[in-house]
Design a protein around this ligand. Structure first.
Ligand SMILES: [Zn+2]
Length: 267
């Protein structure tokens, strides 16, 4: 059975049985970006508790199934309309940046492409630049995706301190993968049952754009999503006759190479 990494999954929303099924399917490592809880948290203490859950309890829950757990910290774009709270959270994040399981800042990004979201995105980029952290970027859904991705690529480039290879642009689709790769970033293709991308579309994109700096993830969360989406992609690639080395590059070697740029990452 091939080993794989799911580089974007929200395990706090998943059951322990999911960990077991993922382990049985070959999952050996996950990285969990900080995201929206489904409701707005009432203050900075809610985020401090959430970050403690990510670095402590969630890592132990994963370890029981032989899965290494890493995480990313930020305040999600969905809560960025509250700029004052966002700045309190960004100021608190460095408390956790010595923790060995933290890979970087993420998933930051845009949701509705608003001015406040852009302000908070730039504040996160500044934190990442000052603390020499990797960045994981959520791009908006559907109709907002192309414009949001362009705004994000411009803001990252505009900072000037952040090397493009230290940024992953996530949830890319056919119309956004090329600009993200051309800018020198890593990209994530999210395999989601109802939106974003299917395993077949992801396989098409690997065939069209190659496998360099490309990863796939489930982005499993509290909504309709599939924590076994990466094995579905592996199955689709095998079905098409792709060789094991290419598949392993996308589902294992690439996420590992990206993570290894983090100064704390050991594996
Ligand atoms: Zn996510």
């Amino acid at each position: 059975m091939a080993q794989y990494i799911d580089p974007h999954i929200h395990m706090v929303s998943r059951t322990t049985d999911d960990y077991k099924r993922m382990a049985l399917a070959g999952c050996v490592m996950v990285s969990e970006p900080a995201f929206w809880a489904g409701f707005d948290r009432s203050g900075v203490e809610g985020f401090r508790d959430y970050f403690r859950q990510l670095v402590d309890f969630e890592a132990r829950r994963a370890a029981a199934y032989g899965i290494a757990h890493h995480c990313w910290l930020c305040i999600n774009a969905k809560e960025a309309e509250n700029v004052a709270l966002s700045r309190e959270v960004i100021a608190m994040i460095p408390e956790f940046l010595d923790h060995p399981s933290v890979i970087g800042i993420g998933e930051i990004g845009l949701n509705k492409n608003t001015k406040n979201e852009a302000t908070v995105f730039l504040d996160h980029l500044d934190l990442a630049a000052r603390m020499d952290e990797l960045v994981l970027v959520h791009t908006p859904h559907l109709a907002d995706k192309y414009q949001g991705t362009r705004m994000i690529l411009d803001m990252v480039k505009g900072d000037g301190r952040i090397k493009p290879e230290r940024v992953c642009i996530d949830h890319v689709e056919e119309h956004t993968i090329r600009p993200a790769l051309d800018a020198g970033h890593w990209v994530g293709m999210t395999l989601y049952p109802i939106s974003k991308c299917t395993p077949a579309r992801a396989a098409d994109m690997v065939e069209a754009y190659g496998s360099d700096r490309v990863m796939v993830n489930s982005a499993g969360d509290w909504g309709h999503s599939d924590p076994l989406a990466v094995p579905e992609f592996i199955f689709e690639m095998k079905r098409r006759g792709h060789d094991e080395a290419l598949i392993r590059k996308v589902v294992y070697d690439n996420p590992l190479a990206f993570f290894r740029q983090s100064r704390r990452f050991k594996s």
